[in-house]
Design a binder for this molecule. Structure first.
Ligand SMILES: O=C(O)C(=O)C[C@H](O)[C@H](O)COP(=O)(O)O
Length: 214
């Protein structure tokens, strides 16, 4: 799949809801219940980070939940991308961008949301055909004002900022013209997932789904 088409597909996913919950799951048996709570709460696009041993099994379980779009996060290498795709992931998110990762995701036809933190990285991604990017780690690298500044010289690129975003500051990002959605782990906290507190997660998802975009 060519990079423009990849980016188009990633952008369409990012448009589905204002927030992508970033999930670190420790027990795949909780995956389907968690996905149902998030999707029914109004957040259909889910990012399961490959940072836990249970991640691939969780992706497999969540992919069966109707209405959901399950992607893998923390995809660092071609091997990560292949394992994610084999598990049923429909997109991949990376904290950064390498030539090897781009090539692997294009070969696998796995839409990629690559991470960028500077104007040069954004330009490099745009050169490679990617105009829907993650901005990471958003709060630590200047937050919404930094992203607003990038919109001037790089107006054709859109972002999903992630890293340090919560219900308190999500609106600052979503009001920017170059932000399509935000990512964050605040929706499905470890404590609530471990306690299978699906009601609280669904409520937080519902509140997040109602955040307005600028
Ligand atoms: O693993 C990845 O590739 C990531 O996406 C990094 C973090 O999981 C997100 O940035 C979530 O950050 P918080 O919402 O601040 O917890």
């Amino acid at each position: 799949m060519n990079p423009e088409l990849q980016s188009q597909k990633t952008r369409a996913l990012c448009r589905l809801a204002p927030v992508i919950p970033v999930i670190v799951i420790k027990n795949a048996e909780r995956a389907a219940g968690l996905a149902r709570a998030l999707v029914s709460g109004g957040l259909p696009v889910l990012e399961i980070t490959l940072r836990s041993d249970a991640a691939l099994d969780a992706i497999r379980a969540m992919s069966g939940v109707s209405g959901g779009h399950v992607g893998a996060g923390t995809v660092l290498t071609p091997d990560d991308a292949k394992r994610a795709k084999d598990a049923g992931a429909s997109f991949a998110v990376s904290p950064g961008l390498t030539d090897r990762l781009i090539a692997a995701c294009e070969e696998l036809e796995l839409p990629l949301l690559p991470g960028t933190a500077t104007a040069s990285e954004v330009m490099r991604a745009a050169d490679a055909g990617y105009d829907m990017l993650k901005f990471f780690p958003a709060e630590a690298i200047g937050g919404a004002p930094a992203l607003k500044s990038l919109a001037g010289p790089l107006p054709k690129v859109s972002f999903c900022p992630t890293g340090g975003i919560s219900v308190a500051n999500a609106g600052d990002y979503l009001s920017l013209p170059n932000v399509v959605c935000v990512g964050g782990s605040w929706i499905a906290t470890d404590a609530d997932v471990s306690a299978e507190n699906w009601g609280a997660i669904q409520e937080r998802a519902h509140a997040a789904s109602r955040l307005s975009r600028g």
